[in-house]
Design a protein around this ligand. Structure first.
Ligand SMILES: C[S@@+](CC[C@H](N)C(=O)[O-])C[C@H]1O[C@@H](n2cnc3c(N)ncnc32)[C@H](O)[C@@H]1O
Length: 170
């Protein structure tokens, strides 16, 4: 499987020395597992509410569907011993995950307001030199609106976007 643009960039940028990474929005774990395989971090945090987020425009699924995706994700990671699932909303999870992260991949809510909230709570968790990135950067959509509102140095490839944190604060 071809890896996504931000992950390819991170692989070259970090040169195999990665401590901790996060995926926010894991679903069945396919992309998180691929990220772990490619970047080989010491620790990966897997953040997903696995239940509807009521202030989001995302499609609401049944709890059975969310439970099914969680089961698939735990199966995908069953042979791994350096991952941790955090079954919380993105913002609650940010208060639990340690600071000084190398990379955070945002793929949870996709509306402008929630992506801004995700950026606001995860960007401060990164170390200087870390990468904030995500998926579904469309021609005209909430992800693009949020990301370009928050940063003026966004790099993209296909529908992935990323920025490097160059200093504390924005
Ligand atoms: C697009 S899917 C993630 C797809 C996954 N990254 C992949 O590429 O296979 C979005 C996921 O984010 C979760 N999600 C959406 N909004 C969230 C929020 N605010 N906090 C935590 N999880 C959220 C949903 O439960 C869903 O599993």
């Amino acid at each position: 499987m071809k890896s996504r643009g931000a992950i390819e960039f991170a692989k070259t940028y970090f040169k195999d020395s990665i401590n901790s990474i996060v995926e926010v929005g894991v679903l069945a774990g396919g992309h998180a597992f691929s990220m772990k395989k490619i970047l080989n971090p010491k620790q990966i945090y897997l953040v997903d509410s696995y239940k509807p987020i009521l202030d989001s425009i995302e499609t609401i699924h049944t709890q059975e569907e969310y439970d099914g995706w969680y089961n698939q994700a735990t199966l995908a990671f069953k042979s791994s011993d350096n991952h941790k699932f955090i079954i919380e909303s993105s913002q609650q999870a940010a208060s639990v995950v340690p600071n000084d992260l190398d990379l955070v991949y945002l793929d949870a809510s996709h509306d402008e307001l929630n992506v801004i909230k995700d950026i606001a709570c995860w960007y401060p968790k990164l170390r200087v030199g870390g990468i904030l990135c995500g998926h579904d950067y469309g021609p005209v959509n909430g992800v693009r609106l949020a990301v370009t509102r928050m940063f003026n140095n966004v790099q993209t490839q296909e529908v992935d976007w990323w920025i490097i944190k160059t200093k504390e604060g924005y």
